[in-house]
Design a protein around this ligand. Structure first.
Ligand SMILES: Nc1ncnc2c1ncn2[C@@H]1O[C@H](COP(=O)(O)OP(=O)(O)OP(=O)(O)O)[C@@H](O)[C@H]1O
Length: 418
């Protein structure tokens, strides 16, 4: 296999305790890789090991099939370039001088830069939008501009692999996209392998072929964005409750954070709520209950319904029915079982017809069983409630007489502190 980078059983410690523990992975030539993970998980330390700034205590690192330690400085610089997190350059160099330094590995000792070198350097300056700064002193430009200049230097180096440590951290959103697009072009056109540390999970998902997720000095997961950025992995590493969505415009996934697990009231996890919804009427109810950490079931709901889709993203317990089909007796019974296990049943403002009348019957059964049943009432008129010749209204009236609690929004329920 054509690997750009092979890491095997790497262990690294700053002091006694290991900061990187038994790290092994391979990167193919021409891949675009993002390393993500919480603060202090070891991302920068890993990047510094694989770019030869630090030497591991044990394990091996191969760049293009050769041990990284066997390369001479010039040879290594032709293969890899590093764009560090904070570049402190306190000398009196111009931007042009700094970017010209990228050419050193292509020149013999004491050889002056050739016309070709200037051409490559000017191109790198233009690509990173820093050409206009070329005569300025490196100390006299902004943090974001300096970051782009260091990236220009890496481009001028024309390496096979570029390592970047949080390259977007000082950049505004426009320059963030511009930089990542530039890296992507480089990656596609020159087959440059890109390995970057990045905090923005959504940008990582959008641009990367693969993602490495780190936690506590170990690799938790490595694979495509879909394989790595899952609810489970993000909860495990960041302690964050998220939904993973698909972005049809960019053909990539992105995450929507709901809540920090630290803030979830653990008592609520025990409190079970059954939701009856459909057609998107349950969106706010489900998201807000999930955010508070309730243990939620939903049903009966048709497969493919938008509330069904949300339920899947939230990994809820779903009692479902075939698409566009009436609720079967089997699904009704399963729904009743979920209701029996719940403390509370919440109904959204969904219209009732032949297909889902059994859900209203189930809610009425719940009241008769002594459960607290809420209706989040945002029906503007009750003729939007009943599409089954009064049968729905009839059950609703019975429920009202038996203690149905009508609220205007799910917030009212949450404020009650249930
Ligand atoms: N020079 C150092 N000496 C000692 N310990 C260090 C040093 N640099 C980092 N560490 C420690 O090593 C661990 C990993 O740090 P590292 O900078 O690799 O994490 P990171 O994932 O890049 O974090 P961040 O997202 O905050 O940049 C942390 O516990 C950190 O405190």
């Amino acid at each position: 296999m054509d690997y750009a980078l092979e890491v095997e059983k790497l262990n690294f410690a700053y002091e006694e305790e290991l900061t990187l523990k038994d790290i092994s992975f391979n990167i193919k030539k021409g891949e675009f890789i993002s390393i993500i993970g919480p603060n202090g998980s070891g991302k920068s330390t890993l990047l510094k090991n694989i770019s030869n700034i630090y030497s591991p205590q044990s394990g091996s690192i191969k760049i293009y099939n050769n041990d990284i330690k066997k390369y001479g400085t010039r040879e290594l610089a032709k293969n890899i370039a590093l764009v560090p997190q904070d570049t402190i350059i306190s000398y009196n160099f111009s931007v042009l001088d700094i970017v010209l330094m990228g050419r050193f590995s292509h020149l013999n000792r004491f050889e002056k830069e050739r016309e070709e070198d200037f051409k490559i350097v000017y191109e790198a300056l233009k690509k990173t939008n820093t050409f206009h700064l070329k005569d300025r002193n490196i100390d006299e430009i902004s943090g974001g501009e300096r970051q782009r200049v260091i990236i220009a230097r890496a481009l001028a180096q024309e390496p096979k692999i570029i390592f970047l440590d949080e390259p977007t951290s000082h950049l505004d959103i426009n320059h963030q996209m511009e930089l990542l697009n530039l890296l992507k072009i480089l990656n596609k056109e020159r087959k440059t392998t890109i390995i970057l540390v990045i905090h923005d999970i959504n940008l990582a998902c959008r641009y990367s072929d693969k993602i490495i997720l780190m936690n506590n000095g170990e690799i938790v997961s490595i694979g495509t964005p879909k394989e790595v950025v899952t609810r489970k992995n993000i909860e495990k590493t960041y302690g964050l409750n998220i939904i993973v969505e698909e972005n049809p415009y960019t053909d990539s996934i992105y995450i929507v954070p709901l809540s920090l697990n630290n803030y979830i009231d653990q008592n609520k996890k025990k409190s079970r709520i059954h939701v009856i919804a459909g057609g998107g009427t349950g969106g706010e109810i489900l998201s807000k209950l999930e955010e508070k950490g309730y243990n939620i079931s939903i049903g009966v709901i048709n497969i493919g319904d938008s509330d069904w889709q949300l339920g899947r993203k939230l990994s809820l317990n779903i009692i479902d029915e075939k698409p566009f089909s009436e609720i079967s007796d089997k699904a009704f019974k399963e729904n009743m079982k979920a209701i029996e296990k719940s403390h509370v049943v919440i109904l959204s403002s969904i219209p009732y017809g032949r297909g889902n009348l059994k859900n209203l019957e189930a809610a009425y059964n719940a009241i008769k069983m002594g459960k607290t049943v809420y209706l989040v009432d945002s029906y503007s008129e009750y003729d939007k409630f009943d599409y089954i010749e009064g049968k729905g209204i009839e059950i609703l009236e019975k429920m009202k007489r038996s203690g149905l609690r009508i609220i205007n929004s799910i917030d009212e329920f949450l404020e009650e502190g249930q």
